[in-house]
Design a protein around this ligand. Structure first.
Ligand SMILES: *[C@@H]1O[C@H](CO)[C@@H](O)[C@H](O)[C@H]1NC(C)=O
Ligand SMILES: *[C@@H]1O[C@H](CO)[C@@H](O)[C@H](O)[C@H]1NC(C)=O
Ligand SMILES: *[C@@H]1O[C@H](CO)[C@@H](O)[C@H](O)[C@H]1NC(C)=O
Length: 402
């Protein structure tokens, strides 16, 4: 009797082991990657395969210089068809599909072969790293080395996270069956990396208590910019300072390219008709603070020793970006004033001139230490406002391996 039950027991163990072996690898919830700030340019890079690429929210392609022996992608392939937004064309009697990689900082364009590469990133359960994952056959574009000009020195290329058939998030969603959303949380210093997630949450940030950043978000609809189809755009009803509306020309915020988000701009760029009343309103709201000489590219600068300091940065008029749904993306001192010298801080918004592509291009400095969720499935943007209010920063994801 004892013998039989022992044999039975062993059979069950054996059966379980076989089952474990045969079960497919568990689904990946999300990939995670560190974001680093380059203090020289004010731009940020995303680490993929342990290489740094410019974090480019409106780019359509992953691009970098290729080795001479890179594989090409036939013109008849699905990969070539998917690159249609990236100005693809066909060379070499249809054997090599090419694209037009763009440097989003200088606006310079080149022609490069589309190619396929494996990329490596860490998977996450939203709390820690779970395993390293190789994603095979990711479409990217080759580019001449000269296209790297003006990017952070450590950038090996550009990681286009914009809308489009071959942008990095689009490819990761389909190759790994991820939830169609990604999040970025840009660090304000080079001291600790920020974090990007591709796929579903939670997205936990550390101290004081572990909390899921997706639970503190307000939402507004994502729109399409008429002048920049690969960019993520939102609609603003107005802008206020100290809760008082900034008087903008009627329709100014929706005219032209509308309001776009662009991490290739270190600071938010305002078209002239928005910039002038914006700066005038901020000057009025800070009339009693000692001015300092302008420091390019900024106009309005203050004696920062004379400014009060709060948990959310210098004590200056909060700026409300009033979104179409009525929720406010409120910009406090930590995201409105840039410290340019020991005793000088300047309003960190720049004049884009009359012909600026968008009325407002929200730049990297205004996104720092804000958690932004690009929910493409529901076509909405989740925004946290400054994380300083909840005593955390974008540098607080735990990148240790579980
Ligand atoms: C994955 O995480 C480990 C542990 O932090 C790290 O050493 C490794 O470089 C990461 N891999 C990639 C591709 O980033
Ligand atoms: C948003 O900001 C505007 C302007 O400051 C203010 O009037 C409004 O009450 C705010 N809305 C919310 C929901 O906080
Ligand atoms: C800046 O403000 C500090 C503190 O109020 C003051 O001591 C200093 O003289 C001011 N500097 C200038 C250049 O106004």
């Amino acid at each position: 009797m004892a013998m039989i039950s022992q044999a039975f027991f062993l059979a069950i163990i054996f059966f379980i082991l076989v089952q474990l072996q045969a079960s497919p690898s568990p689904a990946i919830q999300a990939l995670v990657a560190p974001i680093t700030k380059d203090t020289k340019t004010g731009l940020h890079t995303l680490s993929i395969s342990n290489k740094n690429y410019l974090l480019d929210l409106s780019g359509q392609l992953l691009w970098s210089p290729c080795s001479p022996s890179h594989p090409t992608v036939p013109c008849s392939s699905g990969e070539c068809a998917a690159a249609s937004g990236a100005h693809k064309s066909c060379n070499n009697g249809g054997r090599a599909c090419t694209a037009r990689p763009t440097n989003p900082v200088t606006g310079e364009r080149a022609v490069g072969d589309l190619t396929l590469a494996d990329i490596v990133a860490n998977a996450t359960d939203g709390k820690t790293l779970t395993s390293e994952v190789t994603v095979r056959g990711v479409v990217s574009s080759c580019a001449p080395g000269s296209l790297l000009r003006s990017l952070p020195a450590m950038a090996a290329g550009d990681a286009g996270l914009g809308r489009g058939g071959v942008s990095l998030p689009t490819q990761l969603y389909s190759k790994l069956s991820l939830k169609r959303q990604f999040a970025v949380c840009l660090p304000s210093t080079a001291a600790a990396p920020g974090v990007a997630f591709f796929g579903g949450g939670p997205y936990n940030l550390m101290p004081p208590t572990l909390f899921d950043a997706s639970t503190v978000l307000s939402y507004t609809d994502l729109a399409r910019s008429p002048t920049n189809p690969s960019a993520y755009s939102i609609k603003l009803r107005g802008i206020a300072m100290n809760q008082e509306a900034v008087h903008l020309p009627p329709g100014a915020l929706s005219r032209g390219g509308g309001v776009t988000l662009d991490t290739a701009a270190p600071y938010t760029v305002l078209r002239r008709d928005v910039y002038r009343p914006f700066v005038a309103a901020f000057a009025k709201a800070t009339a009693r603070i000692t001015r300092m000489p302008s420091v390019a590219p900024f106009e309005l600068c203050f004696n920062s020793s004379a400014l009060g300091f709060t948990r959310v940065g210098y004590a200056v008029a909060p700026i409300d970006l009033v979104t179409s749904g009525g929720r406010n993306w409120t910009v406090f001192g930590s995201n409105s004033l840039a410290q340019v010298a020991g005793d000088t801080a300047c309003l960190a918004f720049v004049d884009g001139g009359r012909a600026a592509r968008s009325a407002v291009t929200v730049g990297a400095f205004q996104m720092e230490n804000n958690f932004l969720l690009f929910d493409e499935a529901a076509s909405r943007l989740g925004f946290s406002g400054t994380l300083f209010f909840i005593r955390t920063t974008c540098g607080n994801f735990n990148f240790a391996r579980n």
